[in-house]
Write a protein that binds this ligand. Structure first.
Ligand SMILES: Cc1cc2nc3c(=O)[nH]c(=O)nc-3n(C[C@H](O)[C@H](O)[C@H](O)COP(=O)(O)OP(=O)(O)OC[C@H]3O[C@@H](n4cnc5c(N)ncnc54)[C@H](O)[C@@H]3O)c2cc1C
Length: 287
């Protein structure tokens, strides 16, 4: 289906972008367009105006502090994350995820900000952001505010970004010593849509500490597996302890079923993938 007629604004500064969004009742941000243009073609979204952020200075920058803390501008593409030495040096899991999203054309255009603002339950980055304890910077007419990733995702296609606001950046904390981050997924095809995905970040100093285990695709928003986190914290990183912490996770979930996986099978996959992700994170933390 072809696009409907739509107004196009290409501001050259952040205040201009916010002004343009505020000035039109039915305006939407355009980032990489890899979701937005498709939902406009299907008439699922029918904005009168799109405000393209491509010329707004600073939004495509990647900054790394000496301690490994990262700030990703919202317009940083998956391809840039994949090829950034700063990202690979600080939190390599971000590059590992970026490199498996869809195909090279999508990775050239799709942005980290668009990925999380779309809040598609099957997208790769939402659980990663929650597991890493990221925080999002949002700018509107009233200034700037910061929202933790755990509070950012509000529902399918809904986030803490209000109409008239722009997500400008994502701050990722520095890893601690002996930190292990991992992402595992079951996808439709090699680089396809996720049926289940799991992000894990934990520390291992003899015992597992500060475990964050976050499951995607099983609810409207990423689900922290708090029972697993509590069981892992303080335990020795043995396969037996990991298995004991995760066994019985599947029945606690209530995911949707679809043509790719029934609800019961998706719950089963979530338990399997969580075991893989925790095992991988422990492996990275102790290596
Ligand atoms: C063939 C194909 C396969 C795909 N497979 C996957 C996949 O397996 N995994 C995956 O994670 N993704 C997948 N995607 C989606 C892709 O990752 C999109 O890039 C992503 O969902 C949206 O990012 P974008 O930069 O293209 O944002 P856009 O499509 O431009 O915007 C998406 C939404 O976010 C809003 N938005 C964007 N940026 C901002 C901002 N800075 N501030 C406020 N609001 C903003 C827009 O208004 C819009 O509502 C796929 C896309 C395609 C076309």
């Amino acid at each position: 289906m072809l696009l409907s007629r739509v107004g196009y604004i290409r501001p050259s500064s952040l205040p201009e972008a916010v002004q343009a969004l505020q000035a039109h009742d039915n305006a939407r941000v355009l980032a990489g367009g890899q979701t937005m243009i498709n939902v406009m073609k299907t008439r699922f979204a029918t904005p009168d105006v799109v405000v393209d952020l491509v010329d707004v200075p600073g939004l495509a920058s990647i900054e790394a502090r000496a301690d490994g803390a990262l700030t990703l501008g919202s317009m940083v593409t998956y391809d840039a994350i994949d090829h950034s030495d700063k990202v690979r040096g600080a939190r390599a899991v971000l590059s590992e995820v970026a490199t498996v999203i869809a195909d090279q054309q999508v990775r050239n255009r799709g942005t980290i900000g668009g990925n999380i603002c779309a809040s598609d339950p099957t997208n790769h980055f939402p659980p990663v952001m929650v597991a890493l304890g990221a925080s999002m910077t949002i700018v509107g007419m009233d200034g700037e505010r910061t929202v933790d990733a755990a509070d950012f995702f509000a529902g399918v296609y809904m986030t803490a970004v209000e109409p008239g606001e722009v997500l400008t950046g994502i701050a990722i904390p520095a890893p601690a010593s002996n930190q292990g981050d991992a992402f595992e997924a079951i996808t439709i095809g090699t680089e396809g849509t996720c049926i289940v995905n799991v992000a894990v970040s934990l520390r291992c100093n003899g015992t597992i500490e500060d475990a964050h285990v976050v499951v995607g695709c099983v609810s409207a928003t990423p689900v922290p597996a708090t029972g697993i986190e509590e069981a892992l914290n303080g335990s020795a990183p043995t396969p037996q302890n990991i298995d004991a912490a995760i066994s019985g996770f599947a029945p606690s979930l209530d995911p949707p079923g679809d043509v790719h996986a029934s609800a019961e099978y998706r719950s089963h996959l979530a338990e399997v993938v969580t075991r893989r992700a925790v095992t991988a994170a422990v492996g990275k933390a102790v290596s």
